[in-house]
Design a protein around this ligand. Structure first.
Ligand code: MN
Length: 225
């Protein structure tokens, strides 16, 4: 029986209707679901406004999730996790759209968790020790991450990653994700213009500074170690 699914614009919220008329929940249909935002849309204000969240989470992130589902239906990627799709399509010239949308869906979920209301401050002891070992100090790490975030030319992401025992800062362009280079993402900053333009216009450095001082979720980074 053909279980090809049709995904409407309301996809990800409740049910998916298959060609044979069955209503299935998203898990049964093996689609990628839109993850919940881990906090209220206005709770990152004033650093990131609810208006930005409404476009960034509500439109951009949602579009990547809808797109990846449309692209993988009926292919060998159906039923895979985003991480598996990313690894299976990385560097393949005939799979660029699938890679881009899967990676953007994954990156955005990771980004929302890299932030939290009343974040910032000091990292937990174990993470702080590793940061000091790799960067000299927490401030030096913040400088390196700021450099990566503001220095990324055009769209992309700045990351704290683990490379074996060492921690590193890397930047990636467009949808790219460090996991394709065997690095383990610990936290990320989205530096696509859609992440900050409504609140900061062209001032990416102000967005990065506000985020590092007030929103960074050290506990999330520590938990990813
Ligand atoms: Mn984004």
């Amino acid at each position: 029986m053909n279980r090809r699914t049709f995904l409407g614009t309301a996809f990800g919220i409740a049910t998916v209707v298959t060609v044979d008329g069955l209503k299935m929940n998203a898990q049964e249909a093996k689609v990628i679901t839109m993850p919940e935002l881990p906090y209220a849309p206005n709770s990152l204000e004033p650093i990131i406004t609810a208006n930005t969240i409404s476009y960034h989470y509500g439109k951009h992130h949602t579009a990547y999730v809808n797109n990846i589902n449309k692209l993988i239906i009926g292919t060998q990627f159906t039923g895979m996790s985003l991480e598996q799709i990313i690894k299976a399509t990385s560097g393949k010239s005939d799979k660029v759209s699938i890679f881009n949308n899967a990676a953007q869906a994954w990156n955005h979920n990771f980004y929302w968790h890299s932030l939290k209301p009343k974040g910032g401050g000091e990292p937990p002891a174990a993470l702080k020790q590793k940061i000091e070992k790799s960067f000299g100090s927490v401030d030096k790490f913040k400088e390196a991450l700021t450099q990566a975030a503001t220095g990324q030319f055009g769209s992309g992401w700045a990351w704290l990653v683990a490379d074996g025992d060492a921690l590193k800062v890397v930047k990636t362009g467009n949808a790219d994700n460090p996991m394709t280079q065997n690095l383990k993402p610990l936290l990320t900053i989205d530096v696509w213009e859609h992440a900050y333009y409504l609140d900061y216009q062209n001032k990416r450095a102000d967005y990065v500074k506000g985020l590092l001082e007030n929103l960074i979720n050290w506990e999330f980074a520590a938990a990813n170690l």
